[in-house]
Design a protein around this ligand. Sequence first.
Ligand code: UDP
Ligand code: MG
Length: 152
Amino acid sequence: MAIERTLVVIKPDGKKRKLTGLAIDRLDQSNLEMVAAKVVKVDRELAEQHYAALKGKPFFENLVKFFLGEFHGFKTCRLLALIYEGENAVAEVRRIVGATNPEEADPHSIRGSFGKINPKNGIMENVIHASGNTEDAKREIALWFGEGNIES
Ligand code: UDP
Ligand code: MG
């Protein structure tokens, strides 16, 4: 099995609801190692680039606003970004995080335990981001941490 790296971001709902420590605790139940951590000031450009693959979807604008913390009262949006490393890191983190739709996610997962769908706009407020595949992980790690900015 390949040693991989994957990106995790605690989303504004997770931050607002004080779930950061719990999310890290759940991820600590794996054999993965946290190899980088950074609080990032998120602007619209970063939010739109992070979700570039979803541009054109009807929910894109509300998703960007959600990610910028606009629905959770954050004027400046600072989010915790983490990199986890280890065997099968991408799939392993996704297993702990759970499926995109919190109503369908395994109830033992972070999203299944704590996520919800915003009744006003249908956005899935699912607490935590995790890269979907190794290609996304590489792109997202470069986007959030920059090339060569991670301790080896
Ligand atoms: N999302 C949503 N409605 C949808 C699909 C996605 O609100 O129908 C949001 C949700 O917050 C999700 C994010 O957009 O986590 C990114 O979507 P993606 O399909 O990449 O899901 P993920 O990889 O986060 O599970
Ligand atoms: Mg995704």
